[in-house]
Design a protein. Structure first.
Length: 345
């Protein structure tokens, strides 16, 4: 028994001595959780990658396709719109953003190449009210009689963005990093919208509208990382870009009552489009001796100006071939959650 106790004490002392020697001979590794003197590893040149999951929806004006009446019509009355506008609505859909970059530590500047991919869809259906004196009215022009029973809307957005950006990095103190950013951007936006009206005789009237913008431009902005403690940060950024490119808008109409193409109007031009982006949320960032990672979850808002237009025209006949174009435009925005993982290597 004594020999066993003695053997255990000798083994324990040897193990403690081994770890004591190891702790003095091994170099201490940096860990930002216990040492905030080098949170951003500002003296190390690194390559890095961002992988970002997006979950967005889109909003725009002038997306009405029908009016569903809520009050009975009076016989012989001269009335205008009475009821609820039915709007095409975008769903929430996933997308992604990826980027690669290099941070040149001695000069405190960074280069980044990024790509954003987003597709958003939406389907809506409106039906005639149950009351015999209430109606479903289309807000697009129609050839078929206006005794509509259903109106269906299908809308889709395709959004692609490429950025090549340079940043100058400033660290006012160990807990704050600010980047001033500028560079080139290229964008493609395309909205495709179809509306189908059907009346009580099963006749259909199809509307097709599509606009698209392809442009390049200059982008400027800044972002910040503000350390709060326990590896948590407040992260925010904002960008603005001015883009010049080709704009194309078309609307077509046909009906099941004949094979005529009742409308086929195209509008094209070169124009300037303005884009803003704002993002805010918390992030978790850890720095180690040889690498660093970030995890971010926030809300992002994108707004595009001078791209969203709904162009239709009044009816014309062979006796009076003139028609009046009607142009409705507004801000086109996308917004939603953004979850990002950043790795240095």
């Amino acid at each position: 028994m004594k020999k066993s106790i003695l053997s255990f004490l000798v083994f324990t002392c040897s193990l403690v001595n081994l770890f004591s020697i190891d702790s003095f001979t091994k170099e201490k590794k940096y860990n930002s959780s216990i040492d905030d003197s080098n949170l951003f590893k500002k003296d190390d040149s690194v390559y890095y990658t961002n992988i970002e999951f997006l979950y967005w929806t889109a909003e725009a004006s002038s997306l009405d396709y029908a009016i569903r009446q809520t009050k009975d019509d009076s016989i012989g009355s001269n009335l205008y719109s009475r009821g609820e506008y039915q709007l095409a609505k975008y769903d929430w859909d996933p997308g992604f953003r990826i980027s690669l970059g290099w941070f040149n530590a001695p000069k405190f500047w960074r280069v980044l190449l990024g790509y954003t991919y987003q597709r958003i869809n939406g389907d809506d259906t409106s039906t005639k009210p149950s009351s015999a004196n209430q109606y479903l009215l289309g807000t697009w022009p129609q050839i078929i009689s206006n005794n509509l029973t259903t109106a269906k809307s299908n809308i889709k957005l395709d959004y692609d963005l490429i950025d090549l950006l340079l940043s100058r990095i400033f660290n006012p103190n160990e807990h704050l990093r600010i980047r001033f950013i500028g560079g080139l951007t290229a964008a493609k936006l395309r909205q495709t919208w179809s509306v189908k009206y059907q009346n009580d005789s099963s006749q259909t009237n199809d509307i097709y509208n599509k606009w698209k913008f392809y442009g390049v431009g200059l982008k400027i902005g800044s972002d910040i990382d503000w350390f709060w403690g326990h590896d948590f940060y407040l992260t925010a950024n904002g960008f603005a870009s001015s883009n010049i490119g080709r704009y194309h808008n078309v609307w077509r109409m046909n009906a099941s009552i004949d094979s005529l193409e009742r409308a086929d109007a195209i509008y094209k031009n070169y124009r300037l489009a303005f884009h803003t982006l704002f993002l805010l949320g918390p992030s978790y960032q850890r720095s180690f001796e040889n690498n660093r990672f970030e995890m971010f979850l926030g809300y992002e808002l994108n707004s595009w100006f001078n791209v969203h237009e709904k162009i239709v025209s009044t009816r014309s006949t062979s006796d009076d071939p003139s028609s009046i174009p009607i142009n409705n435009s507004g801000v086109f925005s996308m917004h939603g959650l953004s979850a990002r993982l950043t790795l240095d290597f």
